[in-house]
Ligand binder design. Structure first.
Ligand code: NAD
Length: 267
């Protein structure tokens, strides 16, 4: 592209949104054209993230921001309640959605893909933009062909609302594409305390740990008689997601349809 990619950030005052604003302001081929959040008021987005003023003021109406700033791409990190409506709204305006927000159902994704196809634009819904986490998922899926007995343990901060995490669900889906469905463990197993064995997914278990001070970690433990293989990823900071977000902003300019999962961008 011979001009800068015009980017709007929705959820711009949030924990992820602030990092995205910083990233867009620092990428030479991107131009920040709008920032939307519900509660911050009309602050300059550059000032908000501790950089020089950038001349873009925070607003609170998503559709108005789309109409007035005419972005090529919108990066959205808001919340599950607005995941579908924001994506659909962006597509209607011909704006390519890069959705970090979690909470889409498979029917939502199918419908949004149709909308993207009709408008002839690209989009991505990615439960995890961290390249390291994606590699962890890919390696786990690859290994599950040879180590089909496995459990997932994911660790997040104690204020996280949903369990298990979007990343663990995506990992489970990727594993299930490779590993034949089979129930693990003793068929007569009983829980004396409800939930002790974790959530059930296609024959294996997902465990969610929630503790203060933890950012985001996941371990896939696989074992066969006499050996175990542990594949683990640790993120310490939201900066971990930003190379992936920047790559997604560039990529969505190049194809048509809705991609689900950042792993499709990593060979
Ligand atoms: P947060 O609560 O810190 O920020 C949410 C932001 O969205 C705030 O600016 C809020 O004002 C804004 N907002 C909420 N609803 C809105 C609406 N209807 N219209 C306009 N603005 C709205 O949350 P966070 O920690 O930044 O996480 C945001 C989302 O991103 C969550 O769904 C979380 O699960 C997800 N997440 C995804 C990834 C990934 O890699 N895909 C990584 C971390 C978090």
């Amino acid at each position: 592209m011979d001009r800068k990619i015009r980017v709007a950030v929705v959820g711009a005052s949030g924990r992820m949104g602030l990092e995205v604003v910083k990233t867009v302001l620092s990428e030479p081929d991107m131009e920040l054209v709008a920032g939307v959040a519900r509660s911050t008021g009309p602050v300059d987005l550059g000032t908000l993230v501790g950089l020089a003023p950038c001349g873009v003021t925070m607003t609170s109406d998503v559709e108005l921001a789309f109409v007035e700033s005419k972005p090529d791409v919108v990066v959205d990190f808001t919340g599950p309640h607005s995941a579908f409506s924001h994506t659909s709204l962006a597509i209607r305006h011909g704006i390519r959605p890069v959705m970090g927000t979690t909470g889409f159902t498979s029917q939502d994704i199918e419908e949004l893909d149709k909308q993207c196809q009709e408008k002839q634009i690209g989009g991505i819904i990615a439960p995890n933009f961290s390249i390291g986490a994606i590699l962890m998922m890919k390696f786990a899926a690859q290994a599950s062909k040879y180590f089909p007995n496995l459990e997932i343990i994911e660790y997040h901060g104690d204020q996280k609302l949903d369990a298990p995490s979007g990343t663990s669900i995506k990992t489970a889906e990727m594993i299930s594409e490779v590993r034949e469905e089979r129930r693990q463990g003793n068929p007569k197993e009983e829980e004396t305390i409800e939930g002790s064995r974790g959530g059930y997914y296609n024959g294996f278990r997902i465990h969610s740990v929630r503790l203060p001070g933890i950012f985001a970690q996941q371990e896939v433990i696989m074992a066969e008689p006499g050996q175990a293989l542990k594949i683990r990823h640790d993120s310490y900071d939201r900066a971990a997601y930003m190379p992936g977000v920047a790559l997604a902003v560039r990529k969505v300019m190049t194809y048509t349809g809705m991609v689900y999962g950042f792993e499709h961008f990593i060979d």
